[in-house]
Design a protein around this ligand. Structure first.
Ligand code: NAD
Length: 382
């Protein structure tokens, strides 16, 4: 048997997402017939101790407290960034300049202008990029898009999207990197996922009307003082899509009781879909063609008929998990690096979502609708 070429990875950050990416790398190789073999080369964190522990726990061959060292190593071909948002730009630009492919968590960068610089740099350098919009990897979200495109819902008449969690509900919990005015806020952090799903299902959003609200005005700064909070706890927007559909999204991190509510509803002239991430192996479908007295939402359970569910489990209804979505994301990206297929969500897509976030913030400040069409026409979204 000929050995597959090796792709050596340098991972920056060993927190929540660093761990999820490592599971993604491990599972992707088992679940998919990848064209390459993934090599966990080096992991970086802020101290030698944290990096060494992560290397031991996750199976990396080397550890460093200086991520820049990885850029000088010609063996490492892909840099994976799971560090705080405000660091993404510098880490990505330096990695691209060193000729590395870059996988970066969302939100891609603090500002759309930063994301634009990153997308342009990657394209000029000819490296592959991917942003972590893992919810789009869910087979049931793919099924929803397929059903919409096939006309099973008839003419689409409305959309409601939501990404709500409650990890910032406690006003006494200290400010984190997520409160940094550079790249922080519930809209950027969670609303970015809701916007990515909305466009994945219904195409480009051309106008937005936003409302961004800071509910908890101050938080402990973690050093015995208080920090003024300048970013939103809730970001909402009304949306108009290019295909004429209207709708709304919300990003919310003080939604008491909700741990992972990445939900959407799409309704049309012939039917409707309802999806709830807390039960993400299911898609609810309502058909107006059901007999009177027999109609209601029916539960479609994830099954091998919904690729790539079957790569994880041969039996319907047994369910896949959050880290499996990362494995699907990893499989897509490393295949693109190996030359089979395009990246699913490149930096260009990350730029697009960042621009929508900023358009909503601008609309909230100006208290008026903001068009995103002129931006679409500038060629930035090629
Ligand atoms: N796609 C998703 O579903 C999802 C979910 C959660 C977080 N995220 C994103 O992932 C990123 C990380 O979030 P998290 O929840 O994992 O945060 P975290 O705080 O759990 O982990 C961040 C890690 O980065 C390390 N780090 C910080 N500065 C560093 C530096 N200079 N060099 C090396 N390492 C450094 C920290 O020590 C920590 O290990 C954020 O951009 C966040 O928005 C995405």
């Amino acid at each position: 048997m000929t050995e597959k070429p090796k792709l050596s990875i340098g991972l920056i950050g060993s927190g929540f997402m660093g761990r999820a990416h490592v599971f993604g790398f491990a599972t992707a190789q088992k679940a998919f017939d990848l064209p390459i073999q993934i090599d966990l080369h080096t992991i970086a964190d802020i101290t030698d101790e944290a990096a060494a522990k992560a290397a031991r726990d996750f199976g990396f061959r080397h550890a460093t407290s200086d991520w820049r060292e990885m850029l000088e190593n010609p063996e490492i071909e892909m840099i994976d960034i799971t560090a705080p948002n405000a660091l993404h730009k510098e880490m990505a630009l330096k990695s691209i300049a060193a000729g590395k492919h870059v996988y970066c968590e969302k939100p891609l960068a603090p500002l759309a202008s930063d994301a634009h610089e990153m997308a342009e740099a990657a394209e000029s350098a000819g490296v592959k990029t991917q942003v972590g919009f893992n919810y789009l990897c869910n087979p049931m979200v793919g099924l929803a898009r397929e059903m919409i495109e096939a006309g099973e819902l008839g003419e689409i008449r409305g959309y409601r999207g939501l990404h709500a969690e409650d990890y910032m509900t406690d006003a006494l919990s200290p400010a984190t990197f997520r409160h940094d005015p550079a790249g922080g806020g519930a809209l950027a952090d969670l609303g970015s996922h809701a916007l990515a799903t909305a466009e994945f299902l219904l195409g480009p959003i051309t106008e937005v009307m936003g409302d961004c609200v800071t509910v908890i005005a101050q938080r402990p700064d973690g050093k015995g003082g208080r920090q003024k909070i300048e970013v939103d706890d809730i970001g909402r927007a009304f949306l108009r899509f290019g295909n004429g559909v209207t709708g709304s999204i919300e990003g919310n991190w003080i939604s008491t009781g909700h741990k992972m509510q990445h939900d959407f509803e799409v309704y049309g002239s012939k039917g409707a879909l309802y999806f709830n991430q807390e039960h993400f192996n299911e898609l609810q479908f309502y058909s107006t063609e059901d007999a009177s007295g027999r109609c209601g939402f029916r539960r479609i359970e994830a099954a091998p008929e919904h690729p790539p569910y079957g790569n994880f489990c041969v039996a319907p209804g047994h369910q896949i998990g959050f880290n499996d979505l990362k494995a699907i994301e990893v499989a897509g990206f490393v295949s693109a690096i190996a030359g089979s297929g395009r990246e699913m969500f490149s930096f260009r897509k990350g730029l697009r979502i960042q621009h929508l976030v900023e358009s909503i913030q601008k609309s909230a400040c100006q208290k008026q609708w903001v068009s995103t069409e002129s931006y679409l026409q500038t060629g930035l979204m090629k």
